[in-house]
Design a protein around this ligand. Structure first.
Ligand code: MTE
Ligand code: MO
Length: 152
């Protein structure tokens, strides 16, 4: 199933339509957000920051993860788990989300991120504001190709 999803996302001209974000909430339900819904309901912002994977600055369109918690009225979450298309899994404590306001990016330099550009969703920290977050601890949270989020 995973490979079929990957193949479809890679080769379909409609690939962006497939790029829905799945969010498992603490109450046990699973919600789906399309990029269109994210754009219209979650007030995306511009984030310009260097990242360890690129030379120079990249410009992202992104939503704050804290705004996602607000959107789903999640109050007492402890952590968010991120699962990527390659089955990489990371965990970001809500304390990091509140303190450092990481983003979920879905556009880089004005273009929707394809899987090969680390899309459809990428957790990024604004290292331009807080360069001290460029550490292994935060890098391992900067999961790209995110498909599923579990709020716990
Ligand atoms: N989807 C995905 N995101 C990921 C990873 C991964 O394997 N898959 N590796 C993480 C880890 S452990 C680190 S330190 C950083 C940097 O990975 P790199 O050194 O392979 O570029 O990306 C993070 N994001
Ligand atoms: Mo890592």
């Amino acid at each position: 199933m995973k490979w079929i999803t990957l193949i479809v996302l890679f080769f379909s001209p409609l690939s962006y339509a497939e790029a829905d974000l799945k969010i498992a909430l603490p109450n046990g339900t699973v919600q789906t957000l399309s990029v269109q819904q994210i754009e219209s309901q979650l007030e995306p912002q511009r984030v310009s920051t260097p990242l360890p994977w690129y030379k120079g600055t990249r410009n992202f369109t992104a939503i704050k993860l804290s705004s996602l918690l607000d959107y789903f009225h999640v109050k007492n979450a402890k952590r968010i788990k991120f699962k990527a298309l390659n089955d990489y899994v990371s965990v970001t404590p809500v304390s990091d989300i509140q303190r450092y306001q990481p983003y979920l990016a879905f556009e880089m330099d004005g273009k929707r991120m394809r899987i090969r550009d680390k899309g459809p969703f990428w957790l990024i920290y604004d290292l331009s504001k807080t360069p001290s977050l460029d550490t292994e601890y935060f890098r391992q949270q900067m999961t790209w190709q995110i498909a599923t989020i579990t709020i716990e």
